[in-house]
Design a protein around this ligand. Sequence first.
Ligand code: ADP
Ligand code: MG
Length: 685
Amino acid sequence: MSSDLPEPWREFPGVGPKLAERLAALGITRPEGLLTHLPLRYEDRTRITALGDLRPGTNAQVVGEAQSVQIVAGRRPMLVVLLADESGFVCLRFFHFTSRMRQAFRRGAHYLCFGEVRAGTNGLELVHPGFRAVPRGRPVAVESRLTPVYPAAAGITQFQLRRCVESAFAALDAGRLAGYALASVQNGWPDLREALERIHFPPPEAGTPQTDDPALMRLAFDELLAHHLALRASRASRARESAPDLSVGARLAARMRAALPFALTEAQGRSVKEITADLAGPRPMRRLLQGDVGSGKTAVAALAAAQAIGAGFQVAFMAPTELLAEQHLRSLAPWCRETGIESGLLTASTPAADRKRLRKRIQAGEPWLLVGTHALITEGAALPRLGLAIVDEQHRFGVGQRLALSSGSDRFSPHQLVMTATPIPRTLAMTLYADLDVSTLDELPPGRRPVTTAVMNEERRAELVKRIGALVAAGQQAYWVCPLIEESEVLAAEAAEKTAEALAAALPDVEVALVHGRLKETEKNEIMRRFMAGAIGLLVATTVIEVGVDVPNASLMVVENAERLGLAQLHQLRGRVGRGEVASHCVLLYRGPLSARARERLAALRSTTDGFRIAETDLKLRGPGELVGKRQAGLAQLRVADLVRDRDLLAKVAPVAGKLAGTQPETCAALVRFWLGEAVRYAKA
Ligand code: ADP
Ligand code: MG
């Protein structure tokens, strides 16, 4: 048995260290996570379509005999297989293929294929279909249920994912979870196992699950309930904990405030006051600081940090990515220097020797502002005198991670300040942020200009490229995003590559660079650093740049194929510009003609900058059978529940939790364990 296989997988068949790592990249860290990894869509492989009946634009499963197997030469060779049955032909086309794939096809053999039918130059084609050889002359076994297609990651096939999900079903002990008093919520909801089966492997006669499917609602409610139960318990236990007293740190905080290069906005001043009061109190602070992008959360957090350090405690400042951690340190370092506070950075890129030195000093308990990625700080660097933990972009961490952070030493629990740029409505705050008090920055520092959004047909691309040339000549920078429109990362990276080449050719005076998900982390970071430093004028990217990079000098965001992206994601992308003093623009390029729904979606984005209203529109305009949004850039890292779709459920969570906590503590513990894992202990509230 390999020792680097994480504990939850030890007893699980078919998952070794490598697969465990790849599953983790999908957010699946335990068998239960497989069950709550919802399909993106379903394929109907329950029947076989005759080749003569194929229609472009549909998905189909076909069986045929290979008439020819060819490698077509070109800049990139292509594998082309002509398949025939009694009724007609179809051409299988592979832009990428291995020699094993090439050898898998033999003239005269029969194949079962599944894929999207497209109109090609010489008739209908299946591009990159799934395929397997089948014996000739015998009936082909088809699936009896719809086949789920899951959000995937590099190195995992759909087949592997499905097999893992099946194993997770076999391992599921739904006993305790089956029968809590659901009737008090909603009659007619299926039990847990039934609900999961309906979502993962629906029988074809029942149709594709829709967003109002009772099975989905049941799962969503369970998830919300589990989160809320965990938070209730945490809040209750906080009342029994004592916190480090940071009141004597106020002097250092005042010194930092005087060192800031600007006066605080009124909203910042108010939040600082609320935080200062918490930090001087006897119980650990659990406060959410919410404020739109650019509202100045970092300065507020810095003042809180100064207060903790002034009282002789350590502060951990955590960001979701390495780049964001670096960015934070860059803003904080000068303020710290002025105030005489030592700061340090701990990320995966920190050289080992530096890391070791840093750890030593941390262990010695020096007052210290340690900025780093969440993972590194929580796993690698226990701070013995942690007085305050600051978590940026809280919505990208889950409740579980937040709660895991709360446990302090035996004597006291550290204070906690979590920050988010996503507005959180009241019912939601009461349910999923039940353990937190809230401060709001409802005001931007003076001098900001809103981002202007334009929707543009991509036929006008040349015009746009010219504009970029002028913009860069004037010393500004721009992003050009090519979203992942193919399921294959390879194809997406290739499309972005082509775009970057074309843009570089059209803009000889502009430094053009490309980042995509297939680059190594270090290469990606290097390019981002050069963009931040202004050495790159135009950054072409797949959606990897969505994470909160802050380049105030970038004033134009172009998104290609915008009609294919989720609104929440477009909103996030747009948030990358409008951070400086010049007027910023976001151009949504689309390929016409636009459907009525797509037109409405893009118009919604143009008309508002309110993230929650955008999420609402996104849901309203979601296509049939889409259980999850194009990509949920959602709050609270929920796996199944959708805070907009399920807002009616949200109101029922707290009352049910109250009753359940009093009468069925074991059920509560089981719910928390299923949805949040072992890291979050459930103590009766
Ligand atoms: P966010 O809330 O998105 O984290 P930041 O803290 O990164 O925002 O602040 C955005 C920018 O605004 C930074 O460059 C910061 O220095 C600046 N800033 C913050 N507060 C003020 C203020 N009161 N007046 C002027 N500029 C400010
Ligand atoms: Mg920020």
